[in-house]
Design a protein around this ligand. Structure first.
Ligand code: ADP
Ligand code: MG
Length: 208
Protein backbone atom coordinates (compact mmCIF):
# COMPACT_ATOMS: atom_id res chain seq x y z
CA UNK A 1 0.00 0.00 0.00
CA UNK A 2 1.31 3.44 -1.01
CA UNK A 3 -0.21 6.59 0.42
CA UNK A 4 0.65 10.26 0.18
CA UNK A 5 -0.96 12.85 2.43
CA UNK A 6 -0.96 16.63 2.05
CA UNK A 7 2.26 16.49 0.10
CA UNK A 8 3.84 19.77 -0.95
CA UNK A 9 7.28 21.01 -1.88
CA UNK A 10 8.91 24.41 -2.25
CA UNK A 11 12.16 24.80 -4.18
CA UNK A 12 14.82 27.23 -2.93
CA UNK A 13 13.80 29.80 -5.53
CA UNK A 14 10.26 29.87 -4.09
CA UNK A 15 8.56 27.60 -6.67
CA UNK A 16 5.78 26.06 -4.56
CA UNK A 17 3.97 22.86 -5.52
CA UNK A 18 1.11 21.03 -3.79
CA UNK A 19 -0.18 17.57 -4.70
CA UNK A 20 -3.47 15.70 -4.37
CA UNK A 21 -3.36 12.64 -2.10
CA UNK A 22 -2.53 9.39 -3.83
CA UNK A 23 -3.48 5.92 -2.61
CA UNK A 24 -2.40 2.73 -4.35
CA UNK A 25 -3.09 -0.83 -3.24
CA UNK A 26 -0.73 -3.69 -4.19
CA UNK A 27 -1.12 -4.52 -7.86
CA UNK A 28 -3.09 -1.34 -8.56
CA UNK A 29 -2.22 0.91 -11.53
CA UNK A 30 -2.51 4.67 -11.65
CA UNK A 31 -1.80 7.40 -14.14
CA UNK A 32 -0.82 10.91 -13.05
CA UNK A 33 -1.21 13.23 -15.99
CA UNK A 34 -0.51 16.94 -16.36
CA UNK A 35 1.28 19.46 -18.55
CA UNK A 36 5.00 20.11 -18.49
CA UNK A 37 6.20 22.05 -15.44
CA UNK A 38 3.21 21.20 -13.24
CA UNK A 39 5.34 19.17 -10.81
CA UNK A 40 5.09 15.56 -12.01
CA UNK A 41 8.77 14.72 -11.64
CA UNK A 42 8.85 16.48 -8.27
CA UNK A 43 5.97 14.27 -7.10
CA UNK A 44 7.78 11.15 -8.27
CA UNK A 45 10.98 12.23 -6.47
CA UNK A 46 9.01 12.86 -3.27
CA UNK A 47 7.35 9.46 -3.49
CA UNK A 48 10.72 7.80 -4.05
CA UNK A 49 12.32 9.70 -1.17
CA UNK A 50 14.80 11.32 -3.56
CA UNK A 51 13.49 14.67 -2.31
CA UNK A 52 12.49 14.97 1.33
CA UNK A 53 8.82 15.87 1.89
CA UNK A 54 8.96 19.31 3.51
CA UNK A 55 5.24 19.07 4.23
CA UNK A 56 2.97 16.04 4.27
CA UNK A 57 4.01 12.42 4.11
CA UNK A 58 4.66 9.40 1.93
CA UNK A 59 3.91 6.00 3.47
CA UNK A 60 4.85 2.73 1.79
CA UNK A 61 3.65 -0.50 3.40
CA UNK A 62 3.31 1.22 6.75
CA UNK A 63 6.72 2.94 6.65
CA UNK A 64 6.54 6.74 6.56
CA UNK A 65 9.60 7.88 4.62
CA UNK A 66 9.97 11.02 6.76
CA UNK A 67 10.60 8.88 9.87
CA UNK A 68 13.72 7.37 8.26
CA UNK A 69 17.23 8.82 8.11
CA UNK A 70 18.63 9.65 4.70
CA UNK A 71 20.65 6.45 4.68
CA UNK A 72 17.61 4.40 5.69
CA UNK A 73 15.57 6.00 2.90
CA UNK A 74 18.27 5.03 0.37
CA UNK A 75 18.19 1.47 1.65
CA UNK A 76 14.39 1.35 1.65
CA UNK A 77 14.28 2.69 -1.90
CA UNK A 78 16.89 0.19 -3.03
CA UNK A 79 14.79 -2.66 -1.74
CA UNK A 80 11.18 -1.64 -2.31
CA UNK A 81 10.96 1.10 -4.95
CA UNK A 82 11.60 0.78 -8.66
CA UNK A 83 12.14 3.98 -10.60
CA UNK A 84 12.08 4.33 -14.34
CA UNK A 85 13.76 7.67 -14.85
CA UNK A 86 13.09 10.03 -17.70
CA UNK A 87 16.84 10.22 -18.15
CA UNK A 88 18.70 6.93 -18.01
CA UNK A 89 21.14 6.20 -15.21
CA UNK A 90 23.50 3.55 -16.62
CA UNK A 91 27.09 2.68 -15.81
CA UNK A 92 28.58 3.05 -19.26
CA UNK A 93 31.74 1.06 -18.56
CA UNK A 94 29.67 -2.04 -17.69
CA UNK A 95 27.69 -4.31 -19.97
CA UNK A 96 23.92 -4.76 -19.79
CA UNK A 97 24.08 -7.82 -17.54
CA UNK A 98 26.44 -6.16 -15.06
CA UNK A 99 24.29 -3.03 -14.90
CA UNK A 100 21.37 -5.24 -13.91
CA UNK A 101 23.51 -7.28 -11.53
CA UNK A 102 24.74 -4.14 -9.78
CA UNK A 103 21.17 -2.93 -9.30
CA UNK A 104 20.25 -6.35 -7.89
CA UNK A 105 23.09 -6.17 -5.41
CA UNK A 106 21.94 -2.93 -3.84
CA UNK A 107 21.28 -3.05 -0.99
CA UNK A 108 21.97 -6.70 -0.33
CA UNK A 109 19.16 -7.87 -2.58
CA UNK A 110 19.46 -11.38 -3.95
CA UNK A 111 21.79 -11.67 -6.95
CA UNK A 112 19.50 -13.77 -9.05
CA UNK A 113 20.79 -14.74 -12.48
CA UNK A 114 17.53 -16.46 -13.38
CA UNK A 115 15.53 -13.29 -12.70
CA UNK A 116 18.01 -11.30 -14.81
CA UNK A 117 17.68 -13.71 -17.69
CA UNK A 118 13.88 -13.92 -17.52
CA UNK A 119 13.43 -10.17 -17.39
CA UNK A 120 15.93 -9.61 -20.21
CA UNK A 121 14.02 -12.17 -22.24
CA UNK A 122 10.68 -10.47 -21.72
CA UNK A 123 12.21 -7.08 -22.57
CA UNK A 124 13.96 -8.32 -25.71
CA UNK A 125 17.40 -7.76 -24.23
CA UNK A 126 18.61 -11.29 -23.80
CA UNK A 127 20.89 -11.29 -26.84
CA UNK A 128 22.33 -7.94 -25.72
CA UNK A 129 23.28 -8.88 -22.14
CA UNK A 130 27.00 -8.94 -22.98
CA UNK A 131 26.98 -5.59 -24.82
CA UNK A 132 28.24 -2.32 -23.43
CA UNK A 133 25.40 0.13 -22.83
CA UNK A 134 26.76 2.50 -25.49
CA UNK A 135 26.33 -0.20 -28.12
CA UNK A 136 22.56 -0.37 -27.56
CA UNK A 137 20.03 1.33 -29.79
CA UNK A 138 17.77 4.03 -28.32
CA UNK A 139 14.90 1.57 -27.92
CA UNK A 140 17.14 -1.03 -26.27
CA UNK A 141 18.47 1.59 -23.86
CA UNK A 142 14.93 2.47 -22.97
CA UNK A 143 14.11 -1.17 -22.26
CA UNK A 144 17.24 -1.43 -20.12
CA UNK A 145 16.01 1.63 -18.19
CA UNK A 146 12.77 -0.25 -17.57
CA UNK A 147 14.63 -3.43 -16.59
CA UNK A 148 16.70 -1.50 -14.03
CA UNK A 149 13.49 -0.23 -12.46
CA UNK A 150 12.04 -3.72 -12.21
CA UNK A 151 14.91 -6.14 -11.63
CA UNK A 152 14.53 -6.22 -7.83
CA UNK A 153 10.74 -6.82 -7.90
CA UNK A 154 9.86 -3.57 -6.17
CA UNK A 155 6.62 -3.05 -4.22
CA UNK A 156 6.02 0.15 -6.11
CA UNK A 157 7.05 1.06 -9.64
CA UNK A 158 7.37 4.77 -10.42
CA UNK A 159 7.75 5.59 -14.11
CA UNK A 160 8.50 9.14 -15.28
CA UNK A 161 7.36 9.81 -18.87
CA UNK A 162 8.11 6.25 -20.01
CA UNK A 163 6.50 6.82 -23.43
CA UNK A 164 7.55 10.36 -24.31
CA UNK A 165 9.99 9.46 -27.08
CA UNK A 166 8.07 6.55 -28.54
CA UNK A 167 5.88 6.07 -31.59
CA UNK A 168 2.34 4.79 -31.03
CA UNK A 169 3.23 1.11 -31.44
CA UNK A 170 6.10 1.21 -28.98
CA UNK A 171 4.07 3.39 -26.60
CA UNK A 172 1.46 0.63 -26.29
CA UNK A 173 4.18 -2.03 -26.04
CA UNK A 174 5.96 -0.28 -23.16
CA UNK A 175 2.70 0.30 -21.25
CA UNK A 176 1.67 -3.34 -21.68
CA UNK A 177 5.08 -4.42 -20.51
CA UNK A 178 4.95 -2.26 -17.38
CA UNK A 179 1.48 -3.57 -16.55
CA UNK A 180 2.58 -7.14 -17.13
CA UNK A 181 5.64 -6.80 -14.89
CA UNK A 182 3.58 -5.08 -12.20
CA UNK A 183 1.15 -7.99 -12.39
CA UNK A 184 3.89 -10.62 -12.10
CA UNK A 185 5.42 -8.94 -9.01
CA UNK A 186 2.08 -7.69 -7.59
CA UNK A 187 3.63 -4.22 -7.54
CA UNK A 188 1.72 -0.95 -7.47
CA UNK A 189 2.36 0.94 -10.70
CA UNK A 190 2.35 4.73 -10.95
CA UNK A 191 2.94 6.30 -14.34
CA UNK A 192 3.58 10.00 -14.56
CA UNK A 193 3.25 11.66 -17.93
CA UNK A 194 2.12 14.55 -20.09
CA UNK A 195 1.52 12.09 -22.96
CA UNK A 196 -2.20 12.17 -23.73
CA UNK A 197 -1.99 8.84 -25.59
CA UNK A 198 -1.48 7.07 -22.25
CA UNK A 199 -4.91 8.17 -20.97
CA UNK A 200 -6.86 5.45 -22.75
CA UNK A 201 -4.69 2.74 -21.15
CA UNK A 202 -5.61 3.47 -17.51
CA UNK A 203 -8.92 3.72 -15.69
CA UNK A 204 -7.39 5.16 -12.55
CA UNK A 205 -6.25 8.74 -13.25
CA UNK A 206 -5.16 11.79 -11.30
CA UNK A 207 -4.84 15.10 -13.14
CA UNK A 208 -2.28 17.62 -11.91
P1 ADP B 1 7.09 18.28 -14.64
O1 ADP B 1 7.79 16.99 -14.39
O2 ADP B 1 5.61 18.21 -14.48
O3 ADP B 1 7.47 18.88 -15.95
P2 ADP B 1 8.81 19.32 -12.52
O4 ADP B 1 8.45 18.58 -11.29
O5 ADP B 1 10.06 18.93 -13.22
O6 ADP B 1 7.56 19.32 -13.51
O7 ADP B 1 8.92 20.85 -12.16
C1 ADP B 1 7.85 21.56 -11.52
C2 ADP B 1 8.23 23.02 -11.30
O8 ADP B 1 9.30 23.08 -10.39
C3 ADP B 1 8.67 23.73 -12.56
O9 ADP B 1 8.19 25.05 -12.49
C4 ADP B 1 10.18 23.70 -12.48
O10 ADP B 1 10.75 24.79 -13.12
C5 ADP B 1 10.40 23.76 -10.98
N1 ADP B 1 11.64 23.07 -10.57
C6 ADP B 1 11.98 21.79 -10.83
N2 ADP B 1 13.18 21.48 -10.32
C7 ADP B 1 13.61 22.62 -9.72
C8 ADP B 1 14.79 22.98 -9.00
N3 ADP B 1 15.77 22.10 -8.78
N4 ADP B 1 14.88 24.25 -8.53
C9 ADP B 1 13.90 25.14 -8.74
N5 ADP B 1 12.76 24.87 -9.39
C10 ADP B 1 12.62 23.63 -9.89
MG1 MG C 1 9.04 15.78 -15.58
Amino acid sequence: MVETSNLSYTYDDGTALAFPDIRLTPGEHMLVIGPSGVGKTTLLYLMAGLLPALKGSVTIDGTALNTLSRKEVDKFRGKHIGIIFQQYHFIKSLNVSDNLRLRQSFPKNTIDGKRRHELAQRLGLVEHLGKKVNALSQGQQQRLGIALGLIHKPKIILADEPTSNLDDGNCTKVLDLLKEEAEICQSSLLIITHDQRVKSHFKNQVVL
